[in-house]
Design a protein around this ligand. Sequence first.
Ligand code: PLP
Length: 418
Amino acid sequence: MDTTKMQPESLMMSYGYKPSLSEGAIKCPIFQTSTFVFNTAMEGKRFFELAYGLREKDAGEELGLIYSRLNNPDLEILENRLCLWDQAEDCAVFESGMSAISTAMMEFMVPGDLLLYSRPVYGGTDHFINHFLKKLTIDAVGFYATDTKEQIIERIEATGKAARLTMIHIETPANPTNALIDIEMCAEIKNHFSTKEKQVILSVDNTYMGPVWQHPLKHGADLVLYSATKYIGGHSDVIAGACLGSKELMARVKGLRTFLGNMAGPWTGWLLMRSLETLKIRMEQAALNASHVARFLENHAKVEKIYYLGTIPKNGSARDKMIYSRQFSSSGAMIAFDIKGGEAEAFRFLDSLKLIKLAVSLGGTESLAEHPQTMTHADVPMEDKKVMHITEKLIRLSVGVEHYNDIIADIGQALDQI
Ligand SMILES: *Cc1c(COP(=O)(O)O)cnc(C)c1O
């Protein structure tokens, strides 16, 4: 039987790990070690030749274990397992989602370059782009989910720096409003501005729907980025990130990671491997719960509007329907909604929740609620927030794996307090 043809969820318990190399332990131990002993000096020399790219790999040769900033079994096995979900050639795991995003951006752009990015993006990404990259004289131009391909191309041309466009970074569905962006359209924009000398890199932050329900590499993305703190970790107990792509691009990302030293440690690697075993059932339960919660909110007198992917097949625009059916295999477990009223009513609701915790972050086993305008997106300029519907009445919900009747009862009693 060919195990490589199996579904990822069947392989999360075993893939890439040989019990016989670890005293028969059924689970991969935590290799809590900084360095690895070479059998011979010649072996050490040959490992370093590969690590620094001084020679090509022999057929079937893998990089031997050297030092935990370069490689560690807990990270390597985890990276191999993450590759299965996105059908990526290679993966690098980081100590946070932000370190994955910032390392990829720093590797592929140099001062004077131009970045195109979708808005809204995660608050930390937005800050990195508009503060740190600006300091490096890397300019950024944003676009909205409602822009057409022609409008986006115009926005790029209008900067006068189209020839310096080197990277496109998008987040879809976008946090917090679930706005949809067409990855294949972005791949066309990338091709439009790529030349023989300069390939534009398209990266997709897939934290909201990945790695189970959306696979950006299939739609023409070059890099997939994750906050593994969210669904991949899934228990609100670890901060981590990941970047996936072709062997060639990942060699560059891993190279910079080695010198920034922002790889995840072995304990984080072990925790994420443990989490991957239940990834699919956690995400499926959360999505099922979200569909019930959304139905309850849709019919509630104190709710003005909901932003949930599950409403698209029925009420979405033609364009959203097309993107939805092409890119997603689920409606996900993230819901945002406008409460009737303003900040006072929104805060009243949040302060009245009993089971659902008032906290930022998402994708964990427990349901969380927050107020994007004053919390996760506090740093985004007010006029941008208006365009993106991040108003004072907007609440974001990350639906967890509790019983949906209990989640709904909690939301119901908190809405009654308004
Ligand atoms: C949380 C998050 C990040 C940042 O990840 P950290 O693990 O907190 O560094 C990036 N993108 C999205 C969409 C997120 O939700």
